[in-house]
Design a protein around this ligand. Structure first.
Ligand code: NAD
Length: 359
């Protein structure tokens, strides 16, 4: 039976970059036998404008039925003054929690062709290929109790709760181990076990789960050291797995090491491998509608979808090789442009990837 992919273009540059990714999917359907059906729906500001809510019921229903979801980006200045409950970002958060997408996969890859884009020295960062696995639906961002209360003295006090069940840790570290088995076989679990009991338990559960993965080399690192090591010697890591908040911070740091957010895809998976795939960047309202946005992060999100939800690794490889090939050809969108390269727009970049996929 055909697998179902739901396409959610979203706002800003979303529709432009998603159109190029859909062309890639259609090429795989027409020329390589990919058996998928595509549906499309509204999310974010576009959904609010059309239906009064950033995640309309019809969109959520299609998302539940889909095997995988491809999302562009949501948000923009137009919707910033709306009540927080109906802001575009609520569409994204609503999808993540309704579909229980607990595992966030954020690769940080720096293609050697783009080594100059990083603020680090090329020899430190060129060829970086790191995967950060972040727990996405638990931890301090969701823990209860939380709030701001007034003390007897009249002073206010804010509080949040860092909380993880063993089962929540177990399932996320196993995602990291499974991914590492398809890579270099090394997982670094990041915690603060010297200070936080909750992450002492995290470490204990990671060690216990690792017994089922004798082929994986598990190491542990405190989060403060992990932040330093990411900047000092990022190529030492293969897969990192960590809590929601630590992962939020470390994955943005790792993304910035590459210097090109227009190149980085991401995935958020549920327990059965269903996933939502999206570029890590936002809706870039400053360049929306100009045809200059870099579509490669969204195209690479399709490759992740093929690998993690559709079990089509060879097709994923084909896309990733095609992207490398267009970089080798010297084609660059404005965000990754450098001297001597040929500047192209969104459509031209998308077409070049499709041409390279045929080789
Ligand atoms: P942004 O990622 O949209 O843009 C940051 C900068 O990077 C901008 O200068 C932009 O032009 C550039 N940029 C981003 N993607 C690019 C691409 N593919 N090609 C070329 N240049 C690109 O972040 P921001 O400006 O902080 O946020 C803009 C809007 O996006 C806000 O409404 C924010 O809430 C939203 N946002 C959405 C998501 C998401 O949907 N997942 C993530 C982050 C931000």
């Amino acid at each position: 039976m055909s697998k179902k992919i739901l396409i959610l273009p979203g706002d800003g540059i979303g529709p432009e970059i998603v159109a190029e990714a859909v062309n890639v999917i259609n090429t795989l359907r027409e020329e390589h036998g990919l058996d998928v059906e595509l549906d499309e729906a509204l999310v974010g500001g576009a959904a609010y404008d059309a239906a009064g809510h950033p995640l309309p019921g019809a969109t959520l229903e299609l998302a539940r039925e889909a095997d995988a979801i491809l999302l562009g980006a949501v948000g923009g200045t137009k919707w910033e003054s709306l009540d927080i409950a109906v802001r575009p970002e609520k569409g994204l958060l609503g999808l993540r929690s309704a579909l229980n997408l607990f595992a966030n996969l954020r690769p940080a890859i720096l293609y050697p062709q783009l080594a100059d884009a990083s603020s680090l020295k090329p020899e430190i960062v060129s060829g970086l290929n790191l995967m950060i696995v972040r727990e996405l639906t638990g931890g301090i961002y969701f823990g209860q109790p939380r709030g701001v209360r007034k003390l007897e003295s009249g002073e206010k006090e804010g509080y949040n709760t860092l909380i993880y069940k063993e089962s929540e840790v177990d399932r996320i570290v196993r995602v990291a181990f499974d991914i590492a088995q398809k890579r270099d076989g090394r997982v670094c679990s990041v915690d603060k076990a010297n200070v936080l009991e909750c992450t002492e338990l995290w470490r204990e559960v990671a060690i216990r789960a690792s017994k089922d993965y004798p082929d994986i080399e598990l190491s542990h690192m405190y989060v403060d050291n992990a932040a330093m090591q990411l900047v000092k010697a990022p190529k030492q890591f293969d897969v990192m797995v960590t809590t929601n908040m630590f992962g939020d911070i470390l994955s943005d740091c790792a993304a910035m090491l590459t210097g090109s957010i227009g190149m980085l895809p991401s995935a958020s998976l549920d327990e059965n491998g269903k996933g939502m795939y999206e570029p890590i960047h936002g809706s870039a309202p400053d360049i929306a509608g100009q045809g200059v946005a870099n579509p490669l992060a969204t195209i690479l999100s399709v490759a992740m979808m093929l690998r993690y939800s559709l079990n089509e690794s060879a097709m994923a490889d084909r896309i990733e090789k095609a992207v490398e090939q267009v970089l080798d050809q010297g084609l660059r969108t404005s965000d990754i442009m450098s001297d001597g390269m040929q500047q192209v727009g969104t459509e031209e970049m998308g077409s070049a990837v499709i041409a390279a996929m045929k080789d």
